[in-house]
Design a protein around this ligand. Structure first.
Ligand code: HEM
Length: 496
């Protein structure tokens, strides 16, 4: 009971401090003053622009993109200025080393990893290595487990009688489905099917995001103190340890007893972390696993919710998707090769991401030293840069009829250029920025793409669905378009 007033007090202090910091910063000459501003000028104007950016970032950035086609522009936000680079800067910026144009620093500003997961996470980023190597190379081996988990989770959640429509909260269900499937790869059976663990990993991810966002508004000098009141990191870790401790202890015992000769060594992310021996205690491994799930679960579940909503509102796509999936599964079964052959499924998800999934900002980086681009644009150390991703993905120079949802757009583009390796869901390019760009482009996109394609393929051949309560389902918030938490879909066992 005592925690709430303290929590509110510190939120209040954090907000007041950030308003003061923002006003103070806006009243002084700024090293970015040479870059044109979108939004209202002056001290109050810039604060008002920052407030508007919370609900209206996509439109504000679109204005800048339309006005400053070939130049950079800046926008005031609650966390300071963001410099939006011109798309033509992208190649040059991405060639700079990652320690000069850092994604890690942006992530840290957004999530405050040191406080929401623990200090070893922010200093030791070997998640990336595991994802790029062992995870991505073994997707074919992991697929049967992912398929098995997908069927078990959907059958469990959508347990229904023939001809019965069931209303489901699409955002909640998408989180549970994604967390269960990801957990199969991370900790395997039986833990991945323990409802307490699955719910805990969803809740822990959502709490870490909420706490990270709150800490993001707190100035550096107040961080340590505020984190004590805002974060619940220790209790999260304690709850995670309860689940993982017996598993980790048993695995450590086997590793010591059998060493390399341990033949039925588990094939999952937890074991890969343990094999690397960077973290050997249960609390450290627990923080690592929770951080891994945090990175993989939330974006995939956001996309899944959108894909299901677009499927429900575009019933004309169901038959062509069913035909493709049934033909491919007949020939290849549920294999990685089969999933790769599902071009319409791939295009449907990619178009959903292009149309509704890109944020106002994409490819965010922070400069760790002064940088001058070849056209003279000067970016002082500490500048937060981004590219106007939503505007680029809706630019008619890049896509015909960019504001119309054309589910098989990318199949047509592939056919036109005669190259099936282009325009795939996992491809990143100047006009396809949903997974970022360059050296820090999302390393988990191959797993995410395989999982989402398997889910859409299975759902479309197994269920009928239609929109339920709270459609249209999208809402704009802080530069992204999200499915309303209240949105419902109606599911029924397929009738024909
Ligand atoms: C549809 C689902 C997903 C989307 C839309 C997505 C999107 C992104 C984006 C936009 C970035 C930043 C890239 C950049 O700025 O260049 C990123 C980074 C990252 N993603 Fe994903 N992601 C998804 C799924 C996943 C999954 C399943 C995993 C893990 C298994 C993952 C792990 C990561 C990691 C570790 C990074 C940081 C890369 C770095 O620091 O260099 N993501 N993701």
């Amino acid at each position: 009971m005592e925690e709430l007033p303290n929590f509110q007090l510190f939120c209040g202090i954090g907000l007041a401090a950030s308003i003061l910091a923002c006003s103070y910063a806006a009243s002084r000459p700024h090293p970015l003053d040479h870059i044109p501003t979108v939004g209202s000028p002056g001290l109050l104007g810039s604060y008002w622009s920052a407030v508007k950016y919370i609900s209206n970032a996509i439109d504000i950035v679109q204005q800048g993109f339309n006005k400053y086609k070939t130049d950079a522009f800046r926008v005031s936000t609650m966390h300071g200025w963001i410099v939006y680079l011109n798309p033509s800067h992208l190649e040059e910026v991405m060639k700079l080393p990652t320690d000069v144009m850092s994604f890690e620093l942006v992530l840290d500003d957004m999530v405050r990893m040191e406080y929401t997961f623990g200090s070893q996470i922010s200093h030791h980023h070997y998640n990336l290595t595991i994802i790029r190597t062992r995870l991505t190379r073994n997707l074919s081996v992991l697929l049967p487990g992912i398929k098995d988990e997908m069927v078990a989770t959907l059958d469990g959640l959508l347990d229904m009688k023939p001809n019965e429509w069931k209303s489901i909260p699409v955002v909640d269900y998408s989180r549970t489905i994604t967390a269960s499937i990801l957990n199969r790869t991370v900790v395997r059976l039986p833990l991945c099917r323990d409802p307490d663990w699955v719910n805990f990993t969803v809740q822990s991810t959502m709490d870490a995001i909420k706490e990270g966002v709150m800490l993001g508004g707190v100035p550096d000098f107040l961080l340590t103190l505020s984190a004590k009141f805002i974060t619940t990191t220790s209790s999260r870790l304690r709850r995670g340890v309860k689940h993982l401790d017996p598993i980790i202890k048993e695995r450590l015992r086997c590793m010591q007893a059998y060493g390399e000769k341990w033949t039925d060594r588990p094939f999952d992310v937890l074991q890969w972390f343990m094999d690397d021996e960077n973290e050997t205690t249960t609390p450290l491994l627990t923080a690592r696993i929770l951080f891994f799930i945090f990175g993989g679960m939330i974006s995939t579940s956001i996309v899944l919710a959108k894909v299901l909503c677009f499927l429900a509102t575009n019933p004309q796509c169901v038959q062509p998707l069913r035909e493709e999936v049934e033909m491919v599964i007949d020939e290849h079964g549920w294999t990685r090769e089969g999933i790769a052959q599902m071009r319409r499924v791939d295009s449907f998800i990619k178009e959903t991401l292009r149309f509704d999934g890109s944020a106002a900002f994409g490819v965010q980086r922070k400069t760790t030293k002064d940088v001058t681009l070849s056209d003279g644009t000067f970016l002082p150390q500490g500048t937060h840069v981004a590219v106007p991703a939503y505007a680029i993905e809706h630019d008619h120079h890049n896509y015909e009829n960019p504001f119309s949802f054309e589910p098989f757009r990318f199949v047509d583009l592939q056919d036109k250029c005669g190259d099936l390796s282009k325009y795939q869901l996992t491809s990143v390019s100047h006009d396809s920025l949903m997974f970022g760009f360059g050296k820090s482009a999302c390393p988990g996109r191959f797993l995410a793409s395989m999982t989402l394609k398997a889910l859409l393929a299975y759902i479309v051949v197994t269920y009928d669905l239609k929109p339920g309560k709270d459609f249209p389902d999208s809402q704009k918030l802080a530069g992204v378009i999200l499915t309303r938490p209240s949105a419902k879909l109606l599911f029924r066992k397929r009738m024909d």
